[in-house]
Design a protein. Structure first.
Length: 99
């Protein structure tokens, strides 16, 4: 199992916390663009995201007020839907949910 963590750039710190929690507490691998050394190195971003989604089995979208300004989060959810991935969202009272 590998989860694609979709998030708006302003939620990068939270996405990193979620990634760490999933890896350290549940041994679940995640793709997260902010820790991908190959991300945004000149390659077409959409092609790179599709390639990374191909390596995943599920998508978890971090949803916050910042998500409203994102073009990428809805697009990534759409691509994951085309692939019939299980989808989940993470939002709400974030500080209480991540320990």
């Amino acid at each position: 199992m590998k989860i694609f963590l979709s998030h708006q750039q302003l939620d990068s710190a939270l996405a990193l916390r979620i990634q760490g929690h999933l890896k350290n507490n549940h041994n679940i691998d995640c793709y997260l663009d902010v820790i991908d050394p190959k991300f945004n190195n000149g390659e077409d971003v959409a092609a790179h995201v599709r390639k990374e989604l191909d390596k995943c089995t599920q998508l978890l979208a971090v949803v916050s007020e910042a998500t409203k300004a994102s073009w990428w989060v809805p697009w990534e959810i759409g691509v994951a839907t085309e692939k019939d991935f299980p989808l989940a969202t993470f939002g709400g009272n974030i500080e209480l949910q991540i320990i």
